[in-house]
Each structure stands twice: as structure tokens, then as C-alpha cells.
Design a binder for this molecule. Structure first.
Ligand SMILES: Nc1ncnc2c1ncn2[C@@H]1O[C@H](COP(=O)(O)OP(=O)(O)OP(=O)(O)O)[C@@H](O)[C@H]1O
Ligand SMILES: [Mg+2]
Length: 578
């Protein structure tokens, strides 16, 4: 480190005679610090610690090795420095008379020759001039260093700003991507829900008429091949209904019937079902105790877990050391990175992991899209994960895939933490089935004549008297004219006045008249506005219709009930044979 006093000192090399003492004395008297060096090598060492100038005698340069000094001046002297030298020459040492003077000029650069004997004032004035010049060099160095540090500061500020900008651009691209993806899924969702709605109407007609044919053929004593063919038709139509259900799940318009659940209990109770579904592959559970409660539809949840388990089975070699683990845990999620992930908050996670084939990046990106499948024709419809995503999103949560090709897959379903307290008993999928003949007069409203016809026929079979109309307006007219109805059964999605609007009018005009809404999908916001109505989903079986109508009528019409009959589990029907 160069101190202020070191940078102002004069280094003197005058090994012979009294020159050094004389120079020191003159400098001391005028307050300039002087230091004597024994030779040029010492001078070079001292210069490194700072010096204002160097005073050399001509003989000192000639008598000693000047290579170190030459090296320092030419190569090691910092760029800001041009050390002033004063060379004391002998009498007649002027450039024109002294040939070595020009060599010294070339060697030392910034040099002043002073012929001995000199007057002290002459030496002092040359020393002071040199020191002033040297002070400027030091000042230049300081300014230069300051400038450099400012440039560095500014450069790092710019680099930081640039980094921030890049981060912001990346973040914006990510958000835009997520938004685009969400809009795309939303558009596909709208499309699928429209298709599903129409298919539900068709399936209601097909399944309803199959059931009539079934009964008619049985009554006529026909069985055997014809009955078998009817069975095939019913199975195909039921499979269609299942696909439609998955479409509705994806478009988040599934009718959900949320219950407060402890998911560890729910998954624990599914273990046998999972094992029998995926056959020879080992099923393990890792269930966390003290899970937060969630408020979700148990049937859709079971469907989602089964869809994941079936996918895992398909990705693993049966009998090849395949292992499926279903786990549960409480998790707190931060901001989502992908559109399928849940918003920040507390969730209960279900994780279904396998050690199967895993997915490529491309498959991972598209896996949740409806109809995306890598399975051969007839093996997969590409709706399993769409149902899982739709269910999770409609329940207020989300999903996430972690998968690596050749190493397996984990899919997480996140369901929002709820304050609701789970009830101990699990919901049974069984429903009561009243047979004929209840009594009562029903006003049936549906714009689709085929659906209306088959629904009316079912109701008549059940012993009700049915008046059919094709629009909400017509229904209100009939109700204004007649006061003899026990129940209004009305389709939700109708052109003009919707079933919801009809129900609201009727609740105002005839508050005691029970209303049942038929709907292919849950327009949740619209349905939430309609109070005190029962809802039945399309396509419905005769026994479901009977149960809904009976319970809506309540004590209004005296009824005779047959013993209850268990309805086959929805879940059981989902499992595709291998
Ligand atoms: N556990 C898994 N391991 C590897 N790939 C998977 C896994 N789960 C899903 N996939 C991939 O994602 C695709 C979409 O899955 P999805 O469940 O939506 O449809 P699918 O299984 O092909 O048909 P579906 O479930 O309707 O019968 C699958 O075809 C498969 O390529
Ligand atoms: Mg699947």
C-alpha cells in the first residue's frame, strides 16, 4: 500500500562521494522527505512502495546493473505512472556534449539532467516541479480508480437490471403459456360439455327404451339370443354413459355430491378394490394419520383413484415386479407453475405412484387433454386423466405429474383442506327402489320429445299420471289453468325459459308444489340459485327416477313401497376387464 508520505519522497542513489548527503540536506531543509538507496535494485524495490521522484548520479547508473530498473520502467511501471528522474551529471553533461545522456533519456523517459555543481535552489526547483507532476499522476490514478469502481458499480447494476428483466420476461412467458393452455382447456371443456349434454339425451332415450324392450320381451316369453343382444346394447349404452360422465368431469360440469371425508379412510377402504382391479401387481398404501378433512364427492374421488390405478397397471409389466403405492399427506402448495396445478393453499394430496414405463416430456404435456391416449385403439379412450383433472379442479384443487421415462410415474391429486368434520360411516352407493304403483299427477317438461316420451313412459309404468309439455312457457300455462299436480319434473337445459327459471316461477306461484330438475350436467351457479329442488342426472335408470320422484313427493301422495334393492356400485362398472 502506498502512503501519502511515501508517494512524496525522493529516492536518492548516489553511492560515491558526498552527493547523497548534500542532496538529503537540501531536501530536508525545504521539508521534502528523502531516502537513500544503496543501488538501483534497492531503488526499484522502494519505488514499488511509492515515490515522488528519484535522484540518481550518472556514475550510479554506469557503475551498477540497470536491468532491473529498465525492466520496471518498461514493463512493470503502472500505466498511470511516469516516475520523474533527476540525473546529476558531471560538468559538461549536457546532451549535446555527453553521448550517454541520450541513452539515459531513452532508459529513464521522464528525466531532467542537472549538472554538478548545482545551486541548491536549482535542485529544489527541479525537485518541486517533479513532485507537482508526480502529484498529478497520483491524482489521475485516484480519479481513474474512482471511475473504474463507478463503472463496475454501474455494470453490476445494469447486470442486475438485466437479470431482473430476463426473469420478468420468463415469468411473463410462463404466465402467458399457462393462460393459453387454460383457455385451450376451457374451450375444449365447453365443446365436450355440449357434446356430453346431447349424448346424455340420446342415452336416456336408448337406455329407457332398452328397459321397456327388456320388460316387453320378458313378458312375451322371449329370451335367449334376443335378450342377449339387448344385454349387449345396454352394456354399450352404459359404456357410452360412462364416457359422457368423464367428458362432463373434464369440463367441470359434473354433478358433484360433496361429503366431508378423511381421505386416508377412503383410500384404505378402496385397497381391496384396487388390488382386484390391477390384478397381479402389488398394491401398497402409505396413509397419513391426522389428515385434514376434505369436502369432495366420494364416488368421483374413487373413480379418479381407480383411473390412476388402471393407468399405472397399464404402464407396468404384470408379474414383472410392478409396484403401485397409493399415499396420502397434508401439503401446503405455493404458486402453481402449470395450469393443472392447484392455487396456493392447504391441500390433502393423494399420490398414486408406479414403477412402470414412465412418460416422455411430450406425453406428460398432453396427458390431461381429453382423448389423448398412447394406447392402441380399443384399449384407451384418453379420458381417464381428463376425469381426474376435471374432478380435482371442480373440487377446488388440482393435479400434478412427476414422471420419468423408464423410471415410473407419480400423479398427485390435491383436494382443498376443509373445515367440515367427516362423518364416520361411508356413503353407500345403494339406492332404494320403489316399484309400481305409486300414485300422483306429474307435469313433465322437456323440449326433447324422445327424452320426454321415454321419461313419461317410465313414470306411467310406475303408476303416475303424466301430462307432457315441451317448453317452460307451456308448463306455466298448464299450471295456471290446473291445480291438480303433485309434482313438476322439468328438464334444466331448454331453449327460451330454462328449467331453473321455470322452477323459480313455480316456487313463487305454487310454493308447495315439489320440483325435480333433470339435468345432464351441473351448471353449478345456475343450480345454486334454485332452492328446494331435487336434481336427477341424465341418463337415469328407471329405479333412480322412481326414487327421486318418490322422495320429492314425500308424504304428498300415499305410496306403497317394495323392499329395497342394492344398486350395483358405479365403481364396479368402471373397471375395464383386461
Ligand atoms: N401411470 C402412467 N404411466 C405412464 N403413462 C401414463 C400413466 N398414466 C397416464 N399415462 C399416459 O397418459 C395417457 C392418457 O391417460 P388417460 O388415463 O387420460 O387415458 P388412457 O389411459 O389412454 O385411456 P382411458 O383412461 O380413457 O381408458 C395414457 O395413454 C398414457 O400414455
Ligand atoms: Mg387411463
Amino acid at each position: 500500500m502506498i502512503t501519502a508520505s511515501a508517494s512524496e519522497r525522493a529516492l536518492i542513489v548516489a553511492p560515491q562521494g558526498r552527493d547523497a548527503i548534500v542532496a538529503m540536506t537540501i531536501l530536508q531543509e525545504s521539508g521534502v522527505r528523502g531516502e537513500v538507496c544503496v543501488n538501483l535494485d534497492e531503488l526499484v524495490e522502494e519505488v514499488k512502495h511509492g515515490a515522488g521522484l528519484a535522484i540518481l548520479t550518472e556514475e550510479a547508473i554506469r557503475a551498477t546493473d540497470s536491468r532491473a530498473l529498465r525492466l520496471w520502467i518498461k514493463s512493470h511501471q503502472p500505466p498511470w505512472s511516469d516516475l520523474p528522474f533527476i540525473v546529476l551529471t558531471r560538468h559538461g553533461g549536457g546532451l549535446e556534449r555527453n553521448p550517454t545522456a541520450s541513452q539515459l533519456l531513452e532508459l529513464l523517459g521522464n528525466v531532467t539532467f542537472l549538472e554538478r555543481p548545482f545551486h541548491p535552489t536549482t535542485l529544489l526547483s527541479v525537485v518541486k516541479t517533479s513532485l507537482r507532476g508526480r502529484a498529478r499522476q497520483y491524482e489521475c490514478r485516484r480519479l481513474n480508480e474512482e471511475l473504474e469502481s463507478r463503472v463496475q458499480e454501474r455494470t453490476s447494476e445494469l447486470a442486475a437490471a438485466n437479470r431482473q428483466l430476463v426473469e420478468q420476461i420468463e415469468e411473463r412467458e410462463r404466465v402467458e403459456n399457462t393462460l393459453r393452455q387454460m383457455q385451450r382447456l376451457e374451450a375444449v371443456g365447453q365443446l365436450t360439455s355440449g357434446v356430453a349434454h346431447d349424448f346424455n339425451n340420446l342415452l336416456t332415450v336408448i337406455l329407457g327404451n332398452i328397459s321397456f324392450l327388456d320388460k316387453g320381451l320378458a313378458a312375451a316369453g322371449v329370451n335367449g339370443q334376443l335378450m342377449q343382444r339387448l344385454g349387449y346394447m345396454r352394456t354399450a349404452a352404459q359404456r357410452g354413459a360412462k364416457l359422457t360422465d368423464q367428458l362432463l368431469s373434464f369440463s367441470r360440469r359434473q354433478r358433484l355430491d360433496p361429503k366431508a371425508l378423511d381421505l386416508s379412510e377412503t383410500i384404505g377402504a378402496m385397497r381391496d378394490l384396487l388390488q382386484s382391479t390391477i390384478g397381479g401387481i402389488r398394491v401398497e398404501t402409505s396413509l397419513c394419520h391426522g389428515l385434514w378433512p376434505v369436502l369432495v364427492d366420494p364416488t368421483q374421488l374413487e373413480l379418479a383413484v381407480l383411473n390412476l390405478a388402471i393407468n399405472a397397471r397399464d404402464a407396468m409389466q404384470v408379474g414383472g415386479g410392478g409396484r403401485l403405492v397409493v399415499g396420502t399427506a397434508n401439503v401446503t402448495r405455493v404458486a402453481p407453475l402449470r395450469p393443472e396445478e392447484p392455487p396456493p393453499g392447504d391441500y390433502v394430496a393423494i399420490c398414486v405412484s408406479d414403477n412402470g414405463s414412465g412418460m416422455t416430456k411430450d406425453v406428460r404435456e398432453k396427458a390431461f387433454e381429453p382423448f389423448f391416449t398412447t394406447k392402441e385403439i380399443g384399449r384407451g379412450s384418453g379420458l381417464g386423466l381428463s376425469q381426474v383433472l376435471g374432478f380435482a379442479k371442480q373440487s377446488g384443487g388440482g393435479v400434478r405429474i412427476a414422471s420419468e421415462l423408464g423410471r415410473g410415474t407419480s400423479i398427485f391429486i390435491y383436494l382443498p383442506r376443509s373445515a367440515a368434520v367427516p362423518t364416520a360411516e361411508r356413503q353407500s352407493a345403494s339406492i332404494a327402489r320403489p316399484t309400481a304403483h305409486a300414485g300422483g299427477r306429474i307435469l313433465l317438461v322437456d323440449d326433447d320429445s324422445a327424452v320426454r316420451e321415454v321419461t313419461a313412459a317410465m313414470l306411467r309404468e310406475l303408476g303416475y299420471s303424466v301430462i307432457e309439455v315441451g317448453s317452460g312457457g307451456a308448463a306455466l300455462d298448464v299450471l295456471a289453468a290446473e291445480d291438480t299436480f303433485d309434482l313438476l319434473l322439468v328438464d334444466f337445459a331448454m331453449p327460451g325459459m330454462s328449467g331453473g327459471e321455470v322452477a323459480r316461477h313455480v316456487k313463487r306461484l305454487k310454493p308447495t308444489l315439489p320440483v325435480v330438475l333433470i339435468t345432464g350436467f351441473a351448471e353449478r351457479a345456475a343450480l345454486a340459485e334454485v332452492k328446494d329442488v331435487q336434481i336427477i342426472g341424465k341418463p337415469f335408470a328407471e329405479d333412480e327416477l322412481a326414487e327421486k320422484v318418490r322422495s320429492a313427493l314425500g308424504g304428498r301422495v300415499e305410496q306403497r313401497h317394495a323392499p329395497t334393492l342394492a344398486h350395483p356400485s358405479v365403481i364396479g362398472a368402471l373397471v375395464r376387464p383386461q
